[in-house]
Unconditional design. Structure first.
Ligand code: ADP
Length: 476
């Protein structure tokens, strides 16, 4: 069952349960309260009648003729009322109230019992002559004359517990209005519930269709973010995920395309040379074998780099960290590149600024790889007779390792781009020197994996200065 239907069903059940409970409770309390109200009204009226009836008894010295007096009582009461109103200067609100009260009195059923409990008058005639049970008489109002109880008067609900026609109609009308009010509120609540469930489920439907498109490989899809609730936050996360997937997908495509392109060059060279040998164009001598061997070395180096990037991307690059003196690492790397530097008459020096060494926690193999790449590049891009200077120092919470050269340098606009995969500033020159544009991107990932950072500055030697910042090792 869909969420929308479930929500609607839930609303309907809650609203129906609420409506029925309200109806049941209100119906019960209304009826009992109304009964009390009617009874108290009747008791008030009975007090008025008790006064009139006491006068009647005093006048006649018995209850004789009361039955016919009761039928004349409206006229009697009206005469009294008229006298009272005429006696007033103006028709006061109090008089109006009395008038309306007495008008209401006239429609009531009145029964009068004598001192023994026998009914001597009943406007309905039903109980006339019967003896009224003492229990019911207790509900009535005593009629007193000369401090003696001469009878009891019972009005409306005191005689008959069933409501009179007008009371019944009033109660029925009240309950009908209540039912209509509950029904209308239930309909409004269900409509609001419907609007609410649509409001909740619409973004979910958009998310669903977006997820299906993403599963189909369409990463351009964006879910609209409406409001600031949990669904909006989910939509924002979905968009973030899609953006990341798109970025990874683009990177993957670019790497595949670039890898294919980079692999094609040495393979074409090897194939061309071998076909030339087979066709007798090239002699099968040591020189040809050496050039094929060089290309295979280049190929396997490229494959190693791609494998390393793949490890980094999949998060499988495991670092075994140990505390090392990075100045010693620089000295080792500089010694390794001594011959290559000598070939180009480049001087390479490592400055030991702190005689105690500069300690950092690194994966030695990976960190060496970074240094080899930076020093190798410095020598590669430096003209003959140039200079390469390496140094390490502690600055604040970082260990800064720098490799400077007196080469052509890297312009500000290119400084971020050289860390991108397969990016080469001067493609022909880099390719001549065997560059594939992968070394710096690998160095960048390795430094990041160490929790560090790498950036390029202008070197005082005139060329580029690559600065690696690593978190410092805490000393006790
Ligand atoms: P490559 O194998 O091409 O050297 P890298 O990723 O190591 O690949 O370097 C990317 C590009 O950055 C190089 O092609 C080169 O243009 C530029 N570069 C790197 N190091 C230096 C440097 N020390 N001086 C000038 N340019 C450099």
């Amino acid at each position: 069952m869909s969420i929308k239907l479930r929500l609607l069903l839930f609303f309907a059940i809650v609203i129906c349960a609420g409506g029925l409970t309200t109806y049941f409770l209100v119906e019960r309390t209304t009826e009992s309260q109304f009964r009390t109200f009617v009874f108290s009204g009747d008791a008030e009226k009975a007090k008025v009648y008790a006064g009139i009836l006491a006068e009647y008894y005093t006048e006649h010295s018995s209850w004789e003729g009361l039955q016919s007096f009761l039928s004349e009582m409206p006229a009697y009461v009206f005469t009294k009322l008229d006298e009272k109103i005429k006696g007033e200067q103006s028709f006061s609100p109090a008089a109006a109230y009395t008038y309306s009260t007495i008008s209401a009195l006239l429609s009531d059923r009145i029964a009068v019992a004598d001192a023994e409990g026998q009914i001597v008058a009943d406007t309905s005639g039903k109980l006339l002559g019967t003896t009224h049970p003492a229990m019911h008489l207790a509900l009535g109002v005593p009629i007193m004359a000369n401090f003696t109880r001469i009878g009891t008067v019972l009005v409306g609900s005191m005689v008959d517990s069933t409501f009179t026609g007008s009371n019944e109609r009033f109660l029925a009308q009240l309950l009908r209005s209540l039912s209509i009010a509950i029904l209308v509120s239930a309909c409004i609540a269900i409509l609001f519930g419907l609007a609410f469930s649509i409001q909740i489920t619409r973004p979910l439907a958009a998310l669903d269709s977006a997820a299906k498109k993403i599963a189909g490989g369409d990463f351009s899809v964006m879910v609209p973010i409406v409001g600031k609730d949990e669904v909006a936050s989910l939509s924002a996360s979905c968009n973030l995920m899609t953006g990341e997937l798109k970025r990874l997908d683009d990177a993957k495509r670019r790497i595949i395309a670039d890898s294919a392109h980079e692999l094609r060059t040495p393979v074409t060279l090897i194939r061309g040379t071998l076909e030339g040998v087979m066709d007798g164009v090239f002699p099968l001598d040591m020189g040809t074998i050496k050039s094929v061997h060089e290309e295979t070395l280049r190929l396997s180096r490229l494959i190693d780099m791609l494998r390393e990037l793949e490890l980094i991307d999949s998060g499988e690059l495991k670092l075994s960290l140990e505390e090392v003196d990075v100045v010693a690492s620089l000295e080792k790397a500089a010694a390794l590149f001594g011959a290559a530097a000598g070939e180009k008459d480049i001087t390479i020096d490592v400055r030991r600024l702190d005689p105690t060494g500069v300690m950092a926690r690194v994966d030695v193999l990976r960190f060496d790889e970074v240094l080899y790449n930076l020093i190798g590049n410095a020598i590669k891009y430096c003209p003959s007779g140039g200079r390469v200077a390496c140094a390490a120092r502690r600055e604040g919470s970082s260990v800064l390792v720098s490799v400077d050269d007196s080469g052509p340098g890297i312009p500000g606009t290119e400084r971020d781009r050289v860390f991108e995969r397969f990016y080469r500033m001067d493609k022909s020159r880099a390719q001549d020197s065997g560059g594939r544009g992968l070394g710096l991107s690998i160095a960048y990932e390795i430094v990041k994996a160490h929790g560090g950072d790498i950036h390029i500055e202008d070197s005082p030697l005139g060329g580029a200065s690559f600065v690696v910042a690593l978190p410092v090792v805490a000393t006790n």
